[in-house]
Design a protein around this ligand. Structure first.
Ligand SMILES: Nc1ncnc2c1ncn2[C@@H]1O[C@H](COP(=O)(O)OP(=O)(O)OP(=O)(O)O)[C@@H](O)[C@H]1O
Length: 263
């Protein structure tokens, strides 16, 4: 049971997109997340940094409900979702991208996006051929413009570069009125040019869409976020503005102490 302060915070308004209250996740004897408290405002852009095994992916799994938490409460937009399955959290506006690709390689870019739009709006997938007047098709085209893929919309996904596939994953995450998106290392494997484009795409997302980004590229993470949470050994080690984190001597020590292993 959370204490009085925790309960007061749990009963707070929906001004927060996300509130984590003493969230822990154990794997046997291993504590992957230990008593994590974290609040992200609606529309806020937050980076989560930390070395390998710091608990970043486990944190995402706790937020999405992909793994149950061992202890603690998770609140989305003022509502306690700790006991709700992933699809119920998605219905409340939560989206996630993965480090592995979940795209349909044999379909076109537009078809992939269209299916995602229909899948969310109708609650299930339909393989009906799109008609020109379909609002899902219009939405899909708009999303592809937002991620700079409109000129390759008729190509098969398998023909896209790796960077373009990552851009498409962002378009899919944008389908169906998301309010909070979790991006899991979107810059991984991208060229410098593709990273610049990624930063531009993330910075141009509509203001009401908040996100949390796990990113090993400090430069990308600090450019697209308003606040940064540093994790270490399953705990929150530091939180602050990008400037505060960049200039923090303990953060520098931790990173340098790992021989430059930022990820
Ligand atoms: N399903 C699992 N079973 C057992 N241990 C796990 C499982 N998932 C994660 N862990 C362990 O929990 C700890 C945190 O892992 P996690 O993947 O959350 O770290 P991370 O910060 O995302 O690391 P990376 O940057 O390498 O992705 C690690 O010690 C990891 O080995």
């Amino acid at each position: 049971m959370p204490g009085t302060d925790a309960l007061t915070r749990l009963q707070s308004t929906g001004q927060f997109a996300l509130e984590l209250e003493a969230v822990s996740r154990h794997f046997g004897a291993l504590v992957a997340l230990a008593d994590v408290n974290m609040s992200v405002k609606a529309g806020e852009r937050r980076a989560v940094l930390g070395s390998n095994g710091a608990g970043k992916t486990t944190l995402f799994n706790a937020i999405t409900g992909d793994f149950p938490t061992t202890t603690g409460r998770v609140r989305l937009f003022g509502e306690d979702v700790t006991d709700l399955p992933s699809h119920e959290r998605i219905r409340r506006g939560l989206r996630r991208t993965y480090q592995i690709s979940l795209l349909f390689n044999g379909l076109t870019v537009l078809d992939n996006t269209y299916l995602a739009c229909r899948g969310v709006t109708r609650g299930r997938f339909s393989l009906r051929r799109p008609k020109r007047d379909d609002s899902s098709l219009e939405l899909a085209e708009t999303l592809l413009q937002a991620v700079h893929l409109d000129d390759v919309k008729d190509k098969q996904v398998a023909e896209l570069s790796y960077g373009q596939q990552r851009q498409l994953e962002i378009a899919l995450a944008l389908s169906g009125a998301p309010r909070l998106i979790l991006f899991d290392e979107p810059a991984a494997g991208l060229s410098p040019t593709e990273r610049t484009l990624l930063v531009e795409i993330l910075q141009s997302l509509p203001a009401h869409i908040g996100f949390i980004i796990i990113e090993h590229d400090m430069d990308v993470a600090l450019k697209v976020s308003e606040r940064v949470t540093m994790m270490h050994n399953g705990r929150i080690f530091k939180e602050g503005t990008p400037e505060e984190i960049e200039n923090d001597s303990e953060v520098q020590e931790l990173y340098l102490g790992q021989g430059g292993d930022h990820g």
